[in-house]
Design a protein around this ligand. Sequence first.
Ligand code: TYM
Length: 340
Amino acid sequence: MKRMVSGVQPTGTLHLGGYLGAFRQWAAVQHQADAYFFVADLHALTVDGDPERLRRATLEVATQLMAIGLDPAACTLFVQSQVPEHTQLAWLLECTATTGELGRMTQFKDKSGGQESVKVGLFTYPVLMAADVLLYDADLVPVGDDQRQHLELTRDLAGRFNHRYGDTFRVPEAYVPPVAARVMDLQHPERKMSKSGASPQGTIELLDEPKVIERKVARAVTDAETEVRYDRAAKPGVSNLLELLGAATGRPPADLSPSYSRYGDLKKDVAAAVVEMLRPVRERHAELSADPSQVWTALQAGSEAARTVASMTLDRASSAIGLVGGTTGTGSRSVDSTFA
Ligand code: TYM
């Protein structure tokens, strides 16, 4: 059985981009894989935020993931900060990564926006992400297109560590869906849909009411032409709508365009398909919100299960790099042999 791992930051409510790019795949693979999914609350600390808001968002994001279909009986669902091995392994990997390669991360460049001084955590963020993945010996990491570069770095760090200290980590691969791997903002189709809150009208949230979804899609920016054609470079707005329809109906976006001669008809079908796709999520969310204790219970059990796997990998890595001791015994065995 393949091992899969992936995470999501609790920096706001979940949106359609993350759903199509990642979470929908998570729900689909959980029954065929040994799957670990987590709320990346430590990653959210790289930007300023309110502590109480972060706590609430962490539980809310977990609730939304369960509403999407993640079943704690089929996968391990947990909160990153409840598994301290993530930050412990991150340090070993920080001593493997270089400032040069971290400085080349496009997300870091975007988020630091040319400021001279930014949080160190924003810079080392991809190393923590590498630890998140390597701790679970993942074969595949289901993510949207924007995480590809981080996954490449993860592979580089795993390979370098293995080369220097002996075979320790499994080298993972990104699993990016063929359609809707980069859902664009409806108002600014040249940039990706994101939860930063900068473009509420361009972002479809998973729990948006049908009327809200219809309005946002109806007002989506297209272009001055009238031809419905799939061409991401020349027609980003229209192509994004075709991708949404393709992802919701399971058909290639380019095959859909001949059925439409007007943008208005396309928008109507996109809105209807998205509303139907998200209806069960909204309904299940209402049920789960009525009893939040089941989410918390699932997260606690998930964190314990995750720690069992994570502590073994950390121990292996600690031992390989020359640290004495360990949590599961491998480290201490290496001490015995050193002093024998
Ligand atoms: P995050 O929280 O920004 O997004 C969660 C997942 O959703 C995908 N995604 C999108 N896919 C398509 N179109 C979009 N507009 C869109 N926006 C978001 C992301 O690619 C991601 O898969 N660094 C990660 C969280 C993380 C992680 C990890 C992921 C932390 N540790 C380890 C995988 C493995 C992030 O910020 O994702």
